[in-house]
Design a protein around this ligand. Structure first.
Ligand SMILES: NC(=O)c1ccc[n+]([C@@H]2O[C@H](COP(=O)([O-])OP(=O)(O)OC[C@H]3O[C@@H](n4cnc5c(N)ncnc54)[C@H](OP(=O)(O)O)[C@@H]3O)[C@@H](O)[C@H]2O)c1
Length: 302
């Protein structure tokens, strides 16, 4: 009888090295902070190493993903690798170069920060799909995290709420939003997992429920004690408005595309994966709004 021999997961110990790409980003910052208290060696990859950017015992490596020659050296001796880059037109080529460098350096497991899969060919969703397709075709352990839209996308609404000009082309659609700290917690759980239970899998990470922008406006009205409304615009009106305000065409495309995902309710899915991976329920949007109410012109309650 033939016995299948499964590759064993290299045990994590105090000598294990975990490299974090996008370490200074929204997810990366929370992930580095979460890993900083664990008995592993963390290396933060950044284009701008600075003394006060991360907890003092966290190693930093100067890496620019746009310069592929430097990538393998930065990943030598690394056991597990968190792969993330802020949205960029070079995202596909850069992330593929990082995957190649990780494999060449002997990394055993890549945790890729991706995005939801959509039928529409919208950036950056289609870019993530291409990187994922490449990753799953390689000979390496991987886990793909597909979070829905971040709570933080509402940061952009702050000034507009204060000026009573908040709006967009999201229509009456709904979107499930997630706290980046939950994404980081899920990544941490997967990176530290001693078995390979989560390898060769993709997880859709979501918050507790979906929201329409009118519902978010009602929540802000409650928290601010003044009337907040979301003004409905057509995609063409919204595009022109953003362009007139000096936003680059690249970012305008991303923002109008994001509104489309809400209008079409493409990201309304609710999953239990945050609870499954982290052991805690996903954070609630009203709490995040309350914590960040000063962005919207409110006074923070301490
Ligand atoms: N926003 C959303 O709602 C949402 C939802 C789902 C998925 N996502 C995905 O999440 C990812 C963004 O994560 P995030 O919000 O945590 O990132 P972020 O806050 O936008 O931070 C970007 C990070 O990427 C690093 N970076 C960018 N270009 C680089 C380069 N050429 N070389 C080295 N580092 C580079 C930056 O590092 P330094 O500046 O320190 O070098 C920074 O840490 C994107 O792939 C996005 O598609 C976003």
């Amino acid at each position: 009888m033939k016995v299948a021999i499964m590759p064993s997961t290299p045990a994590l110990n105090s000598l294990s090295r975990i490299a974090i790409a996008g370490a200074s980003g929204r997810v990366g910052t929370a992930l580095v902070a979460g890993l900083a208290t664990e008995a592993v060696n963390v290396i933060a990859l950044t284009r701008m190493p600075k003394s006060n950017r991360f907890p003092s015992h966290i190693a930093q490596a100067l890496v620019d993903f746009d310069k592929s020659a430097s990538l393998q050296e930065a990943l030598e001796g690394v056991d597990r690798f968190f792969l993330a880059q802020g949205t960029s037109p070079r995202q596909v080529e850069n992330e593929i170069a990082l995957i190649d460098a990780a494999i060449a350096a002997g990394v055993k497991h890549i945790v890729k920060l991706s995005a939801a899969s959509l039928p529409a060919k919208l950036h950056p969703f289609d870019w993530h799909a291409r990187v994922e397709a490449y990753l799953v075709s390689r000979d390496i352990g991987y886990t793909i995290l597909r979070p829905t839209t971040f709570f933080d996308t509402l940061v952009r609404a702050g000034k507009a709420v204060q000026e009573n000009t908040w709006g967009g082309s999201a229509g009456q659609g709904i979107v499930n939003l997630i706290d980046t700290r939950d994404v980081a917690d899920a990544a941490k759980a997967v990176l530290l997992e001693p078995e390979s239970t989560y390898w060769q899998r993709a997880f859709h990470l979501t918050g507790p429920r979906a929201w329409s922008m009118d519902e978010v406006a009602r929540e802000l009205t409650r928290l601010l004690g003044k009337s907040v409304a979301y003004t409905q615009r057509t995609p063409t009106e919204e595009r022109q408005r953003l362009l007139n305000s000096g936003v680059s065409e690249f970012v305008v495309d991303l923002l109008v595309g994001l509104d489309r995902t809400v209008r079409e309710s493409s990201l309304q899915e609710e999953t239990n994966t945050v609870q499954l991976l982290t052991g805690h329920a996903p954070r609630q949007l009203p709490e995040w709004l309350s914590e960040n109410i000063s962005l919207f012109g409110g006074a923070t309650v301490s």
